[in-house]
Write a protein that binds this ligand. Structure first.
Ligand SMILES: NC(=O)C1=CN([C@@H]2O[C@H](COP(=O)(O)OP(=O)(O)OC[C@H]3O[C@@H](n4cnc5c(N)ncnc54)[C@H](O)[C@@H]3O)[C@@H](O)[C@H]2O)C=CC1
Ligand SMILES: O=C(CO)COP(=O)(O)O
Length: 350
């Protein structure tokens, strides 16, 4: 198929390699002329993927119109905060070209202020006449390792039934395995909220905390992701899958993760601005912590780790205050919490 990948950052580039390996005709769109030239002439993207050669079949353009004209499937691989404006530009081009495409996004976060999942933003922006379906692709998939062709597994979900199966076909190679999941809300919430946990565990690592507190934050973090997710209509079992537990493991335990490394830098004394600037790539967990904190307040969902991280990121509470806020809460029952998740699932499935 003809596929256009919108975004020449780390993930857009590594997914272009997967799509090319699966015999699709891939065109990347990037707003940075130098990157576009480098991809076309040197077949590398050295700012984002060091020591990786791209196939010469992968073409890049700085014309969004050219990319939209080329693709039957458009892969949106830009940060969440750019999604609405990029989608609006694409929608206008689709109208002008009178063309229908299948959209898949790979962004992991919630939109600031609206607290919307990315597919909700896209559904709002795209005219259904020009978009056959809107899908998400998410799961444990560091761009660096995808580019090295390390065996990788991800989930895809779509608003309608057909889209996810097409996305499964266009991405699936012998090193990139795609599972269809029918829980769009769960897949998007899992991918977005694991970044909060990764930031928190990165900070723990930066302060020199051991494995016990890290396991506590990962496990209880997954629990609170599931609590908010089910409130929003997700199936709690999705959080045990690739887009939940899988992505949480890969992100909250890895030096590849920008969120984890950002947490480490904060613990090392950098300000939030300094840490995100030094990263030079998107750290979705920062905005998503704010959006999730506000969303949890709105829906009255107890999210102690998110709340404490919000205080640490935006209100300068210290690590001691953060720990004390978490450890000195009222006594609670683990089995009661799990039971409530199951009850929500029964309610959601009715
Ligand atoms: N890097 C990774 O391992 C993975 C990233 N993701 C998600 O994919 C999304 C993109 O991440 P990365 O590629 O890693 O980010 P990145 O920071 O490496 O690259 C982002 C790209 O988007 C472009 N961009 C930003 N605003 C734009 C706009 N308005 N118009 C056009 N292009 C724009 C930038 O120029 C850059 O090329 C994020 O939501 C991230 O959470 C998902 C899975 C893995
Ligand atoms: O989502 C990712 C891997 O699945 C990458 O996470 P970071 O954005 O923290 O690097």
């Amino acid at each position: 198929m003809n596929i256009s990948v919108i975004g020449t950052g780390s993930f857009g580039t590594s997914l272009s390699m997967v799509l090319n390996d699966n015999n699709n005709r891939v065109m990347m769109y990037g707003r940075n002329q130098d990157t576009v030239l480098e991809i076309n002439q040197s077949h590398t993207n050295s700012q984002y993927l060091k020591n990786i050669d791209l196939a010469s079949d992968i073409k890049a353009t700085s014309s969004l119109k050219e990319a939209v004209s080329h693709g039957e499937v458009l892969v949106l691989a830009v940060p969440v905060n750019a999604m609405r404006s990029v989608a609006a530009e694409i929608n206008q081009l689709l109208k002008d070209l009178s063309k229908e495409v299948l959209i898949v996004h790979v962004a992991k976060g919630l939109e600031l202020n609206t607290y919307k999942r990315v597919s909700e933003v896209l559904e709002e922006v795209f005219d259904p006449e020009y978009v056959s379906d809107i899908c998400v692709l998410s799961g444990p998939s560091h761009a660096e390792e995808v580019a090295e062709k390390q065996p990788t597994t991800v989930s895809t979900a779509s608003i309608h039934s057909k889209g996810a199966e097409i996305i499964q076909d266009v991405f699936m190679t012998d090193y990139f395995r795609v599972y269809v999941n029918n829980d769009m809300v769960g897949v998007e919430i899992g991918g977005a909220l694991k970044n909060i946990v990764a930031l928190a565990v990165g900070a723990l690592s930066g302060y020199g905390f051991g494995d016990n507190p890290k396991a506590a934050v990962i496990t209880r973090g997954l629990h609170e992701i599931a609590r908010l997710g089910t409130k929003l209509g997700a199936n709690p079992l999705t959080f045990l899958g690739l887009a939940g537990m899988g992505d949480l493991i890969v992100t909250a335990t890895s030096q590849h993760s920008r969120n984890y490394r950002c947490g480490q830098m904060l613990a090392g004394g950098l300000s939030l601005e300094e840490a995100t600037e030094k990263m030079g790539m998107v750290v979705e967990g920062v905005n998503t912590t704010r959006a999730t904190y506000e969303l949890a307040e709105k829906y009255d969902v107890d999210m102690p780790i998110t709340k404490v991280l919000y205080g640490y990121l935006f209100n300068d509470i210290s690590e001691d205050e953060a720990f004390s806020a978490l450890m000195k809460r009222e006594k609670t029952s683990e089995s009661e919490g799990l039971k409530q998740l199951l009850e929500s699932q029964i309610k959601n499935s009715k």
